[in-house]
Ligand binder design. Structure first.
Ligand code: SF4
Length: 108
């Protein structure tokens, strides 16, 4: 008897919480993204697939105008992780790129 009542309460709480979840405002766009600033790299790690993959790449560096477009596409952006098939710090305009994120209060 007690277990039955306890299960009914748990079930009611589950549905009550679910209802709150559905009506809660959800972000319209991701708040955390990953970007590949460049595919340039000064290393040749044996486990890296970079050499085989970048043959199909038309550009090696992400342009600042592309970063600007990305920032406009993600208005709720809180953080960006710079990574990919290259060393992000080898991007020729990495300082300007970091400043763009800092100006928007985006954690890098
Ligand atoms: S991209 Fe990363 S894993 Fe690949 S060679 Fe450079 S440092 Fe090594």
């Amino acid at each position: 008897m007690f277990i039955s009542i306890q299960r009914k309460i748990q079930k009611a709480l589950f549905h009550w919480r679910l209802r709150g979840f559905q009506t809660r405002e959800l972000p319209t766009a991701p708040t955390d993204i990953q970007l590949e600033p460049t595919v340039r790299c000064n290393l040749h790690c044996v486990t890296c697939s970079r050499d085989t993959v970048i043959g199909s790449y038309k550009k090696t560096d992400l342009e600042l105008c592309d970063v600007d477009k990305i920032l406009s596409l993600f208005p709720h952006l809180k953080s960006v992780k710079l990574q990919g098939l290259g060393e992000p710090l080898l991007h020729p305009q990495i300082a300007e790129m970091l400043r763009m994120f800092k100006d928007r209060n985006v954690r890098v």
